[in-house]
Design a protein around this ligand. Sequence first.
Ligand code: ADE
Ligand code: ZN
Ligand code: ZN
Length: 260
Amino acid sequence: MRKLLAAALVCGVLPAYGWGPEGHNLVTRIAVAELTPAAQAKVREILGPDQTLVSISSWADQVRRQRANTGPWHYIDIPIDQPHMDMARDCPKDDCVVAQIAIQRALMVNPSATAEQRKEALMFVVHFVGDMHQPLHCSDNKDKGGNDVHVVLFDRPGNLHSTWDSGLLSRMGKEDDLFPAMLKEAQKRRKKWSKGSVADWAEESHKAAQKTVYGKLPPEPKGTPEPLGAAYEAAADPVIRVQIEKAGDRLARVLNDTLK
Ligand code: ADE
Ligand code: ZN
Ligand code: ZN
């Protein structure tokens, strides 16, 4: 098993789950800086003394294997050739990130829920608001959100989805080096960016996938890996930066509105 995992890591064929921990940590660190005192107190009450919003921000990915039913909760497959999201088409049985943010958000403050249910609901919300800002978590080109598209990013083989989850971001710098400027920008734009609904945010993420993730892909015959280089990186990096900043502002809004 260890050998298999090692081989999978080398070949870059592990299923891609969402922003990597670096992305989720950045989103959550921005949100934490914008929480009201009331929301901070409620978070402490729900999580207990040993965990923080940042420490639990990737928990939903860690349990994804054991809880197979939660797999589709991390994304919504809005077809890349469609102009808008359609919940009846794209979110059957509420098994998508947009529906689950609403469901888990309500559960987080449901007085009939157990303390453990409320805690898990909070951990899901923190993670899913981050995930939905990764454009490929709101898009599909009949390729499992880019998981089936082989790419080579600066000589490293992988797939388009994992490249957007973590490959490009890790090349942008270390979390602690990226955080101060991202927080500053998020705070500057907070009023504008924290507006809208979860559905609006999903459509915006989908548009970023149309325009940049797929729109800037170098034209290559299907079946051969797409080589991604400096031009693609230059188009992608500002999108990743802004999506993480927006996700931070919006996670703060969701938590501040819910945990009063
Ligand atoms: N599996 C199928 N579609 C997906 C998507 N958009 N993101 C992540 N995993 C997926
Ligand atoms: Zn995820
Ligand atoms: Zn992902």
